[in-house]
Design a protein around this ligand. Structure first.
Ligand SMILES: Cc1cc2nc3c(=O)[nH]c(=O)nc-3n(C[C@H](O)[C@H](O)[C@H](O)COP(=O)(O)OP(=O)(O)OC[C@H]3O[C@@H](n4cnc5c(N)ncnc54)[C@H](O)[C@@H]3O)c2cc1C
Ligand SMILES: NC(=O)c1ccc[n+]([C@@H]2O[C@H](COP(=O)([O-])OP(=O)(O)OC[C@H]3O[C@@H](n4cnc5c(N)ncnc54)[C@H](OP(=O)(O)O)[C@@H]3O)[C@@H](O)[C@H]2O)c1
Length: 567
């Protein structure tokens, strides 16, 4: 907009025109409120896992924003927990020390073990939710199916499927908390659904099926397969693990803080100490968190920590496979540890020493009504477990239409690109937890979820107090950021040649899942992100309407605390 215009035949600046009593194009009436007065915003979040629940806690308790933010969380499941509600396969556990895998606001002195089983994490989430009523804004059995940006109102129009009935809602801000590993997928194997025995996916376990004494095939040696093989082995008649690529079975994460490098149970005395001495508990948590955050250097090519990690993993694998050196030859990868998500898997290699368990490297040709067929013939099974992973495309699980018809379905089909894992151009007032290239492999995931939450709510505050209609990251900012990211990522093991969901299932090329820097780098960036990277649009034709009636909230027509800044 030019800063001057012709009014009543003479050329005059806008300000000059106002002074004369005219109304130029950017004139707006005075908003009769103090500067930075907040308007109420509605935030809709999809997902009630750690991300959505952290948002609930921040708004309700930590930042006390409930009077200015109306939060609704739609959750497709019948309960909270996300990953830890859904993944119930035998052996499911967290391989991050439990005291580092907690809501930042809810330390838990009661963890039973150094690495906690999945069921205990689920119970911890539920207990925390009950303690703080974090599910107050959650509507269960409610799946977001559609989100469309409406330019006119500056709102997201959202459709939610509630057991077949469609609910319509709208939001000033739409948050995606649906997780980066929530869409499990069947493998593409001929005849998979012809199998007449029990077919399950690790992420969709059927507790009602008793596999005791059965002949079981487990397909895959990702983290899920590595955990369920040793957990199932003692109970089954026969277990064959079908694998097609080598993988590192690593030393434990923060092993130097564990007992002889392995998981161990906390004693009642330990728990009492954590309970009664919060300071000592904090010291332990800080130590673990620092160790976890330092893991970044284990992923930095040729850094002494990376070389040390490789040597340790190799020694441990050779040691555990002494009885079958030919297996060690096949299993130990040429690429560096961490290229695929690192998995410790105590007990996995050991399981193959048992007579009922073997590893099959023959490519699966097809699945028949009774078993699995390879070039070496057909083998009969009662149960097939597909530990075959997730859709890692980051494409949101709803019909999505942003500004000017923008969509992510086609655009992210090959390589998703976002802005610091939290925004993407074309989708105004839309924020993601753990979007493309998020810090999920070298630091505490739950801590960075908390930082992402702060970033989202910082924007919410700006939108609410500066009369902003929409915030959209600029396309060129997304482009520049991703160009830099891919150049930096070449320095990390994630860019090695190995098939991994970190590269959206590809062997090489674009690293799509992991953050290009340390977790502290991520924190610095989120905290200091400049406004120049965003296209900001306002509710009126004058960006400074929010300056209001010339008062600060402290003034109160001259009756407020007019020297509040002096202590
Ligand atoms: C088996 C497994 C083990 C893991 N182990 C570790 C580990 O050891 N350490 C670690 O740091 N991380 C681990 N992770 C990653 C884990 O997902 C994250 O640490 C964390 O739980 C992510 O929380 P979230 O809330 O972002 O997502 P999730 O926990 O995935 O929650 C997403 C929620 O969104 C809901 N949702 C999805 N779509 C919709 C929709 N359309 N509408 C409404 N709701 C929807 C889902 O039902 C779910 O409740 C593991 C993941 C898996 C699958
Ligand atoms: N921390 C934990 O303890 C833990 C536990 C479980 C999961 N997780 C998280 O979840 C992520 C996903 O783990 P995941 O094990 O579920 O999946 P994943 O790492 O993607 O592994 C999938 C496995 O299935 C195999 N596979 C896929 N399609 C196949 C086919 N058609 N035929 C034969 N094999 C096939 C893959 O083989 P190829 O390798 O040959 O492609 C791979 O071994 C992990 O990386 C981690 O982030 C964490």
């Amino acid at each position: 907009m030019p800063s001057s215009e012709e009014i009543n035949g003479s050329h005059i600046t806008h300000a000059g025109a106002v002074a004369k009593g005219d109304r130029p194009r950017n004139w707006v009436p005075i908003k009769e409120e103090p500067v930075f007065s907040r308007r109420k915003l509605k935030i809709v979040c999809a997902g009630a896992g750690f991300s959505g629940l952290t948002l609930s806690h921040k708004i309700k308790l930590e930042l006390k924003l409930s009077d200015v933010i109306d939060l609704v969380i739609y959750e497709k499941n019948a309960d909270v927990g996300g990953t830890w509600y859904e993944n119930r396969y035998p052996g499911v556990a967290c391989d991050i020390p439990a005291h580092s895998y907690t809501f930042l606001f809810e330390p838990n002195p009661e963890w039973s073990q150094f690495y906690a089983p999945g069921s205990e994490i689920e119970a911890y989430i539920k207990k925390t939710v009950r303690k703080y009523n974090l599910d107050e804004p959650v509507q269960f059995n409610s799946k977001v199916t559609e989100a469309t940006w409406d330019e006119e109102s500056g709102k997201w129009k959202i459709k939610v499927d509630r057991s077949g009935a469609v609910k319509e809602d709208e939001a000033d801000i739409f948050v995606n908390g649906t997780g980066f590993l929530n869409k499990w997928k069947w493998p593409k194997i001929e005849g998979l659904f012809d199998f007449k025995g029990k077919l399950v996916h690790s992420a969709n376990w059927d507790d009602s099926y008793d596999y005791t004494g059965k002949k079981v095939a487990v397909i895959g040696n990702g983290s899920s397969g590595i955990q369920c093989v040793p957990a199932m082995q003692p109970k089954v008649e026969k277990l064959v693990n079908f694998v097609r690529n080598p993988t590192w079975i690593s030393v434990n994460i923060c092993a130097d803080k564990a007992l002889d490098g392995r998981n161990f149970s906390y004693t009642e005395e330990d728990k009492k100490r954590f309970r009664e001495d919060p300071k000592a508990h904090l010291v332990l948590r800080k130590e673990l968190e620092a160790s976890l955050n330092g893991f970044f250097y284990g992923m930095y090519r040729d850094h002494p920590a990376q070389l040390g990690l490789t040597a340790l993993c190799k020694t441990q694998m050779i040691d555990r496979m002494q009885a079958s050196p030919e297996l060690a030859d096949k299993m130990i990868p040429k690429w560096r540890p961490g290229c695929r998500r690192l998995t410790p898997g105590d007990g996995y290699l050991e399981a193959f020493r048992e007579p009922n368990t073997s590893m099959c490297w023959d490519a699966i040709e097809s699945i028949t009504a009774t078993g699995i067929k390879t070039a070496n013939g057909e083998e009969a099974f009662d149960m097939i477990v597909c530990a075959t992973g997730f859709d890692a495309s980051f494409i949101p699980p709803w019909k999505f239409q942003g500004r000017d018809g923008a969509s992510l379905d086609e655009r992210w089909k090959v390589d998703p690109e976002a802005f610091f894992a939290v925004q993407v151009d074309g989708m105004p007032n839309y924020f993601m937890f753990n979007g493309p290239n998020c810090p999920i492999s070298h630091g505490s995931v739950l801590t960075q979820i908390s930082w992402t939450c702060d970033y989202i709510l910082k924007w919410a505050k700006k939108i609410a107090t500066e009369d902003i209609k929409s915030v959209d990251v600029k396309k060129e900012a997304v482009d520049d950021y991703n160009t830099w990211s891919q150049e930096f990522l070449k320095r990390t093991v994630w860019a090695d040649e190995c098939r991994s969901w970190y590269k959206n299932g590809k062997n090489s090329g674009h690293v799509t899942a992991v953050y290009p820097g340390s977790i502290l780098h991520f924190k610095d960036c989120l905290e200091n992100m400049g406004g120049e990277h965003f296209d900001i649009r306002y509710n009126s034709k004058n960006r400074f309407r929010f300056l209001g009636n010339g008062e600060s909230v402290w003034d109160r027509h001259g009756m407020g605390d007019l020297a509040y800044y002096m202590n």
